[in-house]
Write a protein that binds this ligand. Sequence first.
Ligand code: ADP
Ligand code: MG
Length: 634
Amino acid sequence: MSTTAHEETLGFQTEVKQLLHLMIHSLYSNREIFLRELISNAADACDKLRYAALDNDALYEGDSELRIEITHDEKAGTVTVRDNGIGMSRDEVIHNLGTIARSGTAEFLKQLSGEQQKDARLIGQFGVGFYSSFIVADEVTVRTRKAGTDKAEGVEWRSRGEGEFTVADIENERHGTEIVLHLKPDAKEFADDFRLKGLVRKYSDHIEVPVRMPRIEAAKDDDGNEIEGSEVTTWETVNEATALWSRPKGEISDDEYKAFYKHVAHDFSDPLTWSHNKVEGKLEYTSLLFVPGRAPFDLYERDGSRGVKLYVQRVFIMDDAEQFLPLYLRFIKGVLDTRELSLNVSRELLQQDPKVEKIKSALTKRALDMLKKLAKDKESYQTFWNTFGTVLKEGPAEDYANREKIAGLLRFSSTHTDSATQDQSLADYVERMKEGQAKIYYIVADSFNAAKSSPHLEIFRKKGIEVLLLSDRIDEWLMSHLTDFDGKTLLDVAKGDLDLGEIEGEEEKKAQEETAKAKEALVKRVKEALGDEVQEVKVTHRLIDSPACVVLPEHEMGFQMRRIMEAAGQKVPEVKPILELNPEHALVDRLESAEGERFADLARILLDQAIIAEGGHLDDPAAYVKRLNALLIA
Ligand code: ADP
Ligand code: MG
């Protein structure tokens, strides 16, 4: 590190170096996005100054007409983006343009593989930001000064994007930030008026701050004749320059919505859908909500960025205002503009304002309605579900009031298709319910295959009754909050007594009772042999091909949840399973005719097998193998 009085050279944070390297290589085919990123930052800087100046007009330094100016120099091969926004102090420059502050960055970078296509997709998910300058520039100079500071507090930042950057103090008449890109030899095409204008319109039409470009013309005398050798510059606003959400819906094209989404969400790809609403009356607000097409890398991070961009009467207040949407909708991006809040609202104040709760509940409805609409397009909805389904599954627990609505949006695997793709809704299920079927049946297991081949499904398969196959980690927790849908109870087929209700005829029930009676003695012997390994032994009618299965009492925590909690190091109250025997099975016949130690071994093997089939772990697997082998030899 070399330090002079005012100039120092610093190394980029490791993550930045990795990102720079990757970006330059994998985003090569999409390099024009650098302009979108720089304009997006400049617009944010203007928004921030406007907000700060609410309390202190002097910050404008007499220049309150916020704007972004783009110039180029074809000969020198440079493009310059300048704003008169908030600017940066020296410390901020070092921090903002030398590190990546977001949590989870290191984890994110680990996933990158060096495969261009895959990495380009991942980087898009991350948001490329300022560093995208280096896709087109081999040197970048940033000159900036924080609004309201002395002109001697200007800062110049320079870098070739190769691992280090230099910061120096400079004198700067203007507050705000100027970024000069020294274009790479093969990127000189961007130093072109026509090209730049096209890009501004393509990417930044929706930005409220005017983006201006100079038009240089020959000066004219009073008679309108051109004056030789004399030029005047007029500034022309190139973008639409009205806040997109404040324009009437009918006048906004899909492409404009998509471009706006990329700015708001710092995303790279198109959203799946959006919902734009202007509400007047008791509660006045405009919201523009988007469903992203892919998950941000920090979706499951506790402090991942979430929430909407908050404006109060078109004045930007804050990013990531998370108070307006529930956690289970944290993937939704967008803008909320309202007159219900005061301009000097802070995060702390948001937590106390009862209006916030009202807007939250309105936006939640909007978001759920938007998803319901999206669900009509099966393909898009599947993309949504595969990306965000497990997040939405947090809904019924978090938002009791909307639980029926959320339930309608859930998608499951089911024995109807036996496919791992979760694409069946509860409404689909209800439509297919058998005559006399009053309940919605489901099973929860550790994996899709374990669910699909669970012995508990045998009777259902035989009778052609559909069972939902659940295997996401969150599923048991979800189902503990989702007790009914459309007036029908949801029932875990591996818990409690199996009640098929009217699907079974009187005769069938009678036959079951008789069998149970006939096997009373066997049941007693098995219970004695297994002792307190089991809570109870019963004869079952849920099995067809398997000799035995284990069941938990109806209100006990299920096997999946137990294993998750145990894995997380939590103590789970011990519970003994109920062993159910299939009276029609040959192995059970064998058991019945066995005596003494052989009887005890067989009973134990049936129990252990049932536990294994459930995805459970045996306390003493070696003993099981030994017992089984002894029987195989005999
Ligand atoms: P992001 O915009 O997602 O925060 P960027 O890489 O685009 O990430 O920018 C990093 C940070 O640098 C910004 O958050 C901001 O603090 C600062 N910054 C970038 N450009 C400007 C600018 N024109 N004016 C003021 N600050 C800026
Ligand atoms: Mg940015």
